[in-house]
Every structure is written in structure tokens, then in C-alpha cells.
Design a protein around this ligand. Structure first.
Ligand SMILES: [Zn+2]
Ligand SMILES: [Zn+2]
Length: 256
């Protein structure tokens, strides 16, 4: 399984892109930078999206992706029903952007939505997908994606601490998890439902207590304003826990 990190930030600039991962070139997770980082040919290879929650930095490029449907094939957007309702009701609703679940033809639209349920394993284009609830203040799921060889990655989407119960259900080869703010903003991080490096370290320790290991970990959803601080604190946590925790970057590729 190849995991390509298209965007690893929560703010966009010429140097930073919004969160999106691409699995084996065909399965996209979140859609913050799907069109800003991929060629049309690469966009056409995508068959489906897994969306964690409805905040703009995770769904924005669904609209521009749906408009650039050059091969007239229908791509699927998977998420929990409440997230799909916001996407169809507020983004692809025919006001700012066309309703791409109906065009170019109602029986052959650019995009279609597919609801999945938390805690229920689903098959998405040959991948095993398990959606688990995260702690972000609005309905949000993280995804474990398992390929045919049994390799798996877990991506948290946005979350704060308090996710040890759902994480105990998985044993990923790679963990991709958010860390938005630095440790001096720990109280704010808890308040706005994100992680900082010390909260991440506590989450990883809880996982180790339950599962006996800490998977190699990549940090995403970095606020670029605090990136240097977060980087130093992540390095410190990595040394302290004696485990590999890497700061993600745009263009990063990991094969598991
Ligand atoms: Zn969010
Ligand atoms: Zn976000």
C-alpha cells in the first residue's frame, strides 16, 4: 500500500496544502487539496473518497473535483450519513456549485454519496474500511483502511484526546494522526478539539498500554504558524517514547 500525503496542513498557501491523503492512487481520504495537487490524469484515477467530517478544509475540493469529471464516470463519496447530508445540502447543492450528484446526467452523475456506519467494516473498491468515531465536537470518523495483503493504515481526521476506546479496535501498520497546535496551547487544543504533541504522546501511550506497541506515526493537519515549535515537540515525544513519529510534509510517500 502506498500512502501519498497531498496536503498536511490546516491553512493553505503556495507552500502548504489542506489535508488529503491518496492510497495507491485510487482511494482519496479527505478532499482539502485533491485538485490543487493532482493533474487531471491523477484525478481521473481516483475511484472513491473517504471523508472524515464536514469542515471545509476536508471537503472543499470535492466541488472542483466533481466539475473536472473529464471521463464522465461516477466517483463515490463515502462517509457517515450526517457528513454526507452537509456535503449535499451545503456544498454540492446547486447554489455556489452545481449539484454534481445530478449532472452531467441524473443516471450518470459526477459524484454519488454512499453512507457507511461507525464500527461496521465496509468494502470500498477492494479495501476493507472501518470508520471509528473521533472526538472533534461534530460528527467525525477516523478510518482504518486495509488492503488485500492485510496492510493497514489508520487516519484520524481531526480529533482531540479521549479516543483510546475506538483505537483499541485496530492494529495498524501506520498511524496518521492530527497535531494542530503546539504544547503551550494545550488548553486551547482541548477546547477547540484538536491535539498538541503532549496530547498526542498521551494518546500513543494509551494505545501502547492496550495493544503492546506504537505504530510508526505521521503527524498531519499542522498549523503552519506553529510548525517549527510542533516539529521540535514531536521530535522530543518521539525520543521520549522511543518510537518513530514524523512530521508530515506535502509530497511525502510511505509504502507499507
Ligand atoms: Zn475539523
Ligand atoms: Zn481540519
Amino acid at each position: 500500500m502506498e500512502i501519498r500525503f497531498l496536503g498536511v496542513h490546516n491553512l493553505e498557501s503556495v507552500d502548504t496544502k489542506l489535508v488529503s491523503l491518496l492510497i495507491d492512487g485510487v482511494l482519496a481520504i479527505d478532499a482539502g487539496s485533491i485538485t490543487t495537487t493532482l493533474s487531471f490524469e491523477e484525478q481521473q484515477r481516483i475511484k472513491s473518497f473517504l471523508i472524515t467530517h464536514h469542515h471545509f478544509d476536508h471537503i472543499r475540493d470535492l466541488a472542483t473535483f466533481g466539475l473536472a469529471n473529464l471521463d464522465w464516470s461516477t466517483k463515490s463519496i463515502y462517509s457517515i450519513q450526517s457528513v454526507l447530508d452537509v456535503i449535499t445540502g451545503s456544498l454540492l447543492n446547486g447554489t455556489l456549485y452545481p449539484d454534481m450528484t445530478q449532472i452531467p446526467l441524473p443516471d450518470n452523475p459526477s459524484l454519488k454519496t454512499c453512507a457507511i456506519e461507525e464500527y461496521k467494516r465496509a468494502d470500498v473498491d477492494g479495501y476493507g474500511v472501518l470508520a471509528l468515531p473521533m472526538a472533534h465536537g461534530i460528527p467525525t470518523v477516523g478510518y482504518e483502511i486495509t488492503d488485500k495483503e492485510g496492510k493497514s493504515v489508520f487516519y484520524s481526521g481531526d480529533t482531540t484526546n479521549g479516543i483510546s476506546e475506538p483505537l483499541e479496535r485496530i492494529s495498524p501498520n501506520l498511524l496518521v494522526i492530527e497535531t494542530t497546535l503546539p504544547d503551550r496551547m494545550r488548553d486551547s487544543a482541548i477546547e477547540v478539539k484538536h491535539l498538541c504533541p503532549s496530547l498526542l504522546a498521551e494518546t500513543l501511550l494509551e494505545f501502547k498500554k492496550a495493544k503492546g506497541y506504537i505504530p510508526p506515526t505521521v503527524v498531519v493537519h499542522i498549523n503552519p504558524v506553529y510548525e517549527e515549535e510542533i516539529g521540535k515537540e514531536i521530535q522530543h515525544a518521539s525520543d521520549k517514547l522511543d518510537t518513530e513519529i514524523l512530521l508530515g510534509y506535502e509530497g511525502m510517500k510511505i509504502v507499507i
